[in-house]
Design a protein around this ligand. Sequence first.
Ligand code: MLT
Length: 264
Amino acid sequence: MIAWIHGRQVGYDDVGSGDPIVFLHGFPHRRTLWAPQLGAIMVRARCIAPDLRGFGETPPAGPYSMDRYADDVAELLDHLRVERAVVCGLSMGGYVAFSLWRLHPDRVRGLVLMDTKATADTAEGLQKRKDMIALTQERGSSAVADAMISGMVGKSTRERCPEIVDAMHSMLESAPVEGIVGALEALMKRVDSTPTLATITVPTMIVVGEEDALTPVKDSEALHAGIAESRLEIIAHAGHVSNFERSAAVNHVLSEFLAGISLS
Ligand code: MLT
């Protein structure tokens, strides 16, 4: 679907009924990352999945920052007349979820932090982002997809499920250059969310693929240690896009979590 919000086009899905859950994709994905969840969870919840600015059907428009993406999500919730929602973010979507919690805590009914982490980029990480910006500008999105695909999916998926690897490669390759560069700038300037963890008072589940090479299990263990009464789920044989690689396992823990916080 397309919404026009303050004159800006926003692509999103809004399916199912019940209490709302918003799905925030990672870098450099689009909302179709969540197709396996929407199909399963829409029977119990209203599932909203936007394309963050610069991805999918939401055209690029600077400035880019985690706070700007979070404000975009809040504006979409306003547009859809949704007061409060569970916010489920994968990787960069998790960074946006932290911003949403800081800027609009009254909109957040619960959190699902998937294959993500609290910390900001290290000096080495910042250099890699700069190299990625140069690669994107010089050689385009397919070079980015080639560079990222092996870190994006886990070893088991690479060995056993070539169709999932191909689908993820196509998604990465379809991201526009401007959206990729904008997101890299936002990633580079994001703040350390570690101090935010102790402020989180809504039900929170942390999910991570056991083979996640980009935000490894230890990053999720740190989130679990920092967020009171949080739940940690480690998904066997999955990498960084655990929801895409082992969708049935992720849908199972997601359904349990939603039932536990009495969403219909
Ligand atoms: C993502 O999947 O969103 C990225 O791996 C996030 C990051 O590079 O920090």
